[in-house]
Write a protein that binds this ligand. Structure first.
Ligand code: NAP
Length: 276
């Protein structure tokens, strides 16, 4: 039952109407019997500074940030933790008595999803498709975990910049380059929106380039089975969909706000139910 002591959590983004974060976090709150509620707020870029001041003024304990605020927030917070600063994106804000600190829980979320599926990145060659916000978190995570990383992106300049920032290498997305990059690779990560609902008929990599022994991780979670993952499974690859990463990044944020470990299985079930 909500009352005067109920703690507030939320999501700032635009759009937020189809977000599964409220369902996922409120289910975790209920399971632990905590006195919190998680709400979604549609906030335009022009409204972000005001919304963050509102977080301070209203004593909101914490928020997630999604498109289009992850980078813009960097200059509006009192502190940004080292990893989020390196990635250049904040997806979680913690409010300690009016002092806002930014974190990037996509890094921990990605690594936790890999671990859950038994993939250890140390010493492995990984190919990452994309060089945007999600790819930056993935590449930093993989490099810190000891993997060799090849970045393939449509705009080669963005791949070059990310490669220079992380000690990875950059290639173009031609079939020949992708084939070379995948030779000897243990992991392929799609961090582009290619295959995302409603354009589910496309894939970022021809299925003919996928080989058994490769683990294929699609950060997309809508749909869970993208064309890439369907073709990867048919090629004998181990597959990981984006929902585990979504749950794990959310769980890490939840821990930062409440100090308590949420039930990941409950979060996964409620996120999947909210999508269907
Ligand atoms: P972003 O910053 O806009 O970056 C998108 C990247 O994809 C860019 O490198 C872009 O290439 C590339 N790209 C876009 N459209 C493309 C196309 N048609 N063909 C080839 N490349 C294309 O987006 P983001 O925030 O990184 O998000 C990317 C995806 O990650 C989203 O679809 C989302 O589903 C997923 N994601 C999942 C989680 C999770 O928890 N599971 C978390 C975050 C993001 P250019 O540089 O050439 O523009």
């Amino acid at each position: 039952m909500m009352n005067t002591g109920t703690g507030l959590l939320g999501l700032l983004g635009d759009p937020v109407a189809h977000s599964v974060s409220p369902a996922m976090h409120n289910a975790a709150i209920d399971r632990l019997g905590l006195d919190y509620v998680y709400l979604a707020f549609r906030v335009t870029p022009a409204g972000l500074a005001g919304a963050l001041n509102g977080v301070r003024a209203l004593g909101i304990r914490g928020v997630n940030l999604t498109i289009p605020h992850k980078t813009a927030a960097l200059g509006l917070l009192d502190e940004v933790d080292e990893a989020a600063r390196r990635v250049g994106a904040v997806n979680t804000v913690v409010n300690d008595a009016g002092r806002l600190t930014g974190y990037n829980t996509d890094i921990a979320g990605f690594l936790a999803a890999l671990k859950k599926h038994g993939f250890a990145p140390a010493g492995q060659k990984a190919v990452v498709l994309g060089a945007g916000g999600a790819a930056r978190a993935v590449v930093f995570a993989l490099r810190d975990a000891g993997a060799e990383v090849v970045i393939a992106n449509r705009s080669i300049e963005k791949a070059d910049t990310l490669a220079a920032d992380t000690g990875a290498t950059a290639v173009s997305t031609t079939e020949t380059e992708l084939q070379k990059a995948l030779d000897g690779a243990g992991l392929l990560v799609n961090a582009t929106p290619v295959g995302l609902f409603p354009d589910t008929g496309v894939t970022p990599v021809p299925g003919s380039l996928l080989h058994p022994g490769l683990t294929v991780f699609d950060t997309i979670y809508r749909p869970r089975r993208t064309r890439l993952l369907t073709e990867a499974e048919a090629a004998g690859c181990r597959v990981i969909d984006g929902l585990d990463m979504l749950v794990e990044q959310g769980a890490t944020a939840f821990e930062l706000w409440t100090g308590q470990s949420p039930d990941r299985a409950v979060m996964l079930r409620s996120a999947a139910a909210a999508m269907s």
